[in-house]
Write a protein that binds this ligand. Sequence first.
Ligand code: NCD
Length: 306
Amino acid sequence: MIPHLLNIEDLTAETITTILDTAKGFSDVALRPIKKVPVLRGRTVCNLFYEDSTRTRISFELAAKRLSADVLNFSASGSSVSKGESLKDTALTLQAMGVDAIVIRHWASGAAQQLTRWVDAKVLNAGDGCHQHPTQALLDLYTMRERLGRIEGLRVVICGDVTHSRVARSLVQALNLMGAEVTLVGPPTLLPPRVETWGVSVSHDLDGVLGKPDVLYLLRVQAERLHRQYFPSAREYARIWGMDARRVKRLPAGAIVMHPGPMNRGVEISAHVADSYAGVITAQVTNGIAIRMSCLYLMLGGEGGQ
Ligand code: NCD
């Protein structure tokens, strides 16, 4: 059903709904005393991480283990990558060892796509440069549907460093496919050129859009990708673009605040808002495991996945 999971734009609304519904079915595994189902017994999943990660790596590992797959964890530091081994040779090595699926995070946009040309294994993109992070978008949709009962027609404001955000690129495509209405807000320096062509509204005035959303989605300022001065200081960013106690009061009743993590407390989100919405933000993390179980199952074990 899903040959590889590389980009949201490869999916249809129907496939996304199947992934979310299958994840719902898996979500209760976490509530059992024995948190395991045998559906991927005998299958091998390799996590191939060339960039740092806490949530995504652990989440994919737990998801594969809860499906009873064998899991290999490979991180570039501490491997032969430090001796200069290329992605291709690393991929061919994994292929020779007979892995069934490779979960890849890489600093280069397109790395996951490239990997599919070298291996027979199913490839899942866990974040490639500033390009895509499909399972993050899927877990965000799942969390919105769980909290607000629907996705279609939701008004979602995504605020912050859109230019460097693979999360924003994936999430905008996913929300558009599912019929939500998206507004991107941020400093002009952190919104990509021609962003209006993404099928979204664009604003540079966070205060001006606060009365509107069902979901306010904050993006992390990607400090490690900022090679120029995009705004005067973290303090100035927080003052103009940060979500704080004063701004959060102006959201409509019932609106939720989301963040993919890791959070820069005091920059895009104040400690007060982070703690007030900790329930939603940690639900995103919990739901990530069910979503990744669903993707692995549909790709490796489910109908047509063999
Ligand atoms: C995101 C990522 O790595 O792209 N984090 C994550 O996967 N939860 C977002 C970010 O780093 O800002």
